[in-house]
Design a protein around this ligand. Structure first.
Ligand code: AMP
Length: 181
């Protein structure tokens, strides 16, 4: 199964992606994590990526689509995968609509997401907080239309993100018609 997990930052999408990966026996790819690793490199492109991530901005579709395709072409992903943090724009969604079976959207309202994220800001400076605001704003403006692309294609699974990790996990498995081992 080729799955994508989408949710506002703080919705627990990475936790759910890891659980799904274990239960379904398919690899997990966190695009945010892969990009952070890439950003540690010494190239000019790596430095640009780091600046965008630190500012909470999205990278260009051109770069991100190329980056994700490069990672997904490996044999490890031939039998399915669960990807989180992608697609986040309509351009990315259209490009990958045929390569994904379902988009699972973990729904959480903005206020609840902000409370959760504020607790995660470690250095408590303005840069971290403004990056958190920027991410939430971007999600609303740029990523919400992605959900519509998958809804229209009949590939959308909506899950209530306010309940416990276990119950969200169970709801996703139920929606997929799968059971945990
Ligand atoms: P995340 O850990 O998923 O919040 O991703 C961290 C950062 O990586 C984001 O704030 C963006 O700067 C960048 N990023 C992750 N996924 C994407 C994407 N699909 N498109 C563009 N930029 C992305």
């Amino acid at each position: 199964m080729r799955l994508s997990l989408l949710g506002i930052q703080g919705s627990g999408k990475t936790t759910q992606a890891k659980l799904l990966s274990n239960v379904l026996g398919i690899p997990h790819l966190s695009i945010g994590q892969l990009l952070r690793t890439f950003a540690e490199g010494d190239t000019a492109e790596a430095k640009q990526v780091k600046e965008a991530i630190d500012a909470g901005q999205l990278l260009s579709d051109e770069f991100t689509i190329r980056f994700v395709k490069q990672h997904l072409t490996g044999p490890d992903y031939a039998n399915g995968f669960v990807i989180d943090g992608f697609p986040r724009t309509v351009g990315q969604a259209r490009e990958f609509l045929d390569s994904l079976d379902y988009l699972i959207h973990i729904e959480l309202d903005e206020k609840e997401a902000l409370w959760r994220l504020a607790g995660r800001v470690e250095d408590r400076d303005d840069t971290s907080l403004s990056a958190v605001y920027e991410r939430i704003k971007l999600f609303k403006e740029v990523t919400t239309p992605v959900i519509e692309v998958f809804r229209v294609a009949n590939k959308l699974i909506q899950i209530d993100g306010t309940s416990s990790i276990e119950s969200i996990h169970a709801s996703i498995l139920k929606a997929l018609g799968a059971t945990s081992a």
